[in-house]
Design a protein around this ligand. Sequence first.
Ligand SMILES: Nc1ncnc2c1ncn2[C@@H]1O[C@H](COP(=O)(O)OP(=O)(O)OP(=O)(O)O)[C@@H](O)[C@H]1O
Length: 258
Amino acid sequence: MTTTVLSARDIAWSVGGTRILERVSLDAYAGRVLGIIGPNGAGKTSLLRILAGLRRPEAGSVRIGGVDLGRVRRREVARRLAIVEQSPEVHADISVEETVALGRTPHRTAFAPLDGRDREAIESALALTGMGLLRSRSWQTLSGGEQQRVQLARALAQEPDVIVLDEPTNHLDIRYQLDVLALLRSLDVTVVTALHDLNLAARYCDQIAVLHDGGLRAIGMPEAVLSPELIRSVYGVEAVVEHSPHTGSPLITYVRTV
Ligand SMILES: Nc1ncnc2c1ncn2[C@@H]1O[C@H](COP(=O)(O)OP(=O)(O)OP(=O)(O)O)[C@@H](O)[C@H]1O
């Protein structure tokens, strides 16, 4: 049975009088990976921020565990949902370990020292993201890919039910792209993630939602959604979609722009 953990109904959002999102509805299921794809400017980041409760939609609602996000206290939301944004601003000169420890904030009382449970979550997050060896390094000295992995570690240390990620692989080399997506898939956490790479989305997502022209163009399993017709009409690219004998997932070859 699939349980809906996070759901959006009829979301609308505009910027400067331009409607970016119109009647967007979707469900993210327990322990599954939902990928959000769509061309530049389609509204992926806007939708993720609404799903994470960082923005209130103009119309429609987001529910977490069946309860309207607007009615759940911020601290409670933070215990249940973590967001990994594209370019998080970390102003203070803090270490990797201290950055990851920030993920424990919603579970702790102010100024209390980290307890054993906090330490365990931080260690596990550092290990899962391969950042243990860099734990003492200053955040400011990290490469883009290392920063991305630390932000994921911070989100994991938060031990949420849902992780919302905006392009979590855009700075990663191919090995870490595969590792991070395989990790997200293996966790017992509901994942909603924007992705640009359709082949990665095809391989690691259970469901894919396609944003285009202000709305949800399609949602479903990768095999059902990623057709040559959809890729042509949404991206203006002619593509061949095959079934990879190596991974069992759809494999897209881009032939030309149209
Ligand atoms: N603060 C803002 N002021 C003006 N326009 C904005 C603002 N925020 C978003 N937009 C516009 O809203 C649209 C959707 O932006 P959004 O970042 O959600 O798209 P996206 O699908 O995440 O894009 P990308 O793939 O390029 O990251 C874009 O056209 C963007 O220029």
